[in-house]
Write a protein that binds this ligand. Sequence first.
Ligand SMILES: Cc1cc2nc3c(=O)[nH]c(=O)nc-3n(C[C@H](O)[C@H](O)[C@H](O)COP(=O)(O)OP(=O)(O)OC[C@H]3O[C@@H](n4cnc5c(N)ncnc54)[C@H](O)[C@@H]3O)c2cc1C
Length: 238
Amino acid sequence: MNVLIIYAHPEPKSFNGALKDLDVSELTSLGHQVKVSDLYAMNFKAVADRDDFQMLENEDFFKYAKEQKRATKTNSFSKDIQREQEKLLWADFVIFQFPLWWFSVPAILKGWFDRVFASGFAYSSENRYDSGGLKGRKAMLSTTTGSPKQAYTPYGIDGDIHERILYHINHGMLYFAGLEPIEPFIAWTPSHNDEDRKRYLEEYKRRLNNLSEIPAISYHPTSHYDEHHQLKKEYRAF
Ligand SMILES: Cc1cc2nc3c(=O)[nH]c(=O)nc-3n(C[C@H](O)[C@H](O)[C@H](O)COP(=O)(O)OP(=O)(O)OC[C@H]3O[C@@H](n4cnc5c(N)ncnc54)[C@H](O)[C@@H]3O)c2cc1C
């Protein structure tokens, strides 16, 4: 399959860099086609602004999502956005490799989502979640933390990693745009000891060899919600 890796770490010798390198070597040796967007190396612009468009519909009042919608129709995004969107359309599977920063993605990756997951391209008011623009593709978050695993349990000080920390990315960005996110890979506190790092690299290699076996995160399709955006009673757990 075609695998796109979106990699956001400023240091090539970091543990995130090692995980990204493993992605490339392992997936290539398995016969997959691999492309990497190394956001820091590309000096990817993180700020969404007027320069993202070759022309503007309304110069007097700049409305970002409206300009995105028009640029999708007229193929007039800036070249850096176009290149990323083309890679997404090429991909069957997208891996996001990043360190957890402030319970989220580094700003350069947040900017990538703001600019590349454009209105009209990745979603519209009618097409989101299970009918989002990137439907038919899978995605996986691969991240590293500073805090230990116990801190990210339901009663842990940082909050449940799946329900509170990664939910806004898996559900609010990936699934919203139509991607099907699978369970994330998390390397907890890789800066602490070499044994753990070796174990994580082996574990990650096994995962890359079995990507199709990793379950998708289960989210409700839009048909399970009523006209007030409420989950219909028959689908509620309580
Ligand atoms: C702005 C900011 C916000 C943050 N917010 C949070 C937060 O909200 N929550 C949280 O938990 N943490 C947070 N952190 C901490 C951050 O998540 C961790 O520092 C990061 O995840 C560690 O990953 P790394 O790749 O940067 O590790 P590095 O420190 O780069 O790497 C760890 C070690 O791995 C070694 N290494 C590299 N390659 C290999 C290899 N092939 N084999 C073996 N060892 C190797 C490196 O030499 C290094 O010693 C934050 C950090 C910053 C800077």
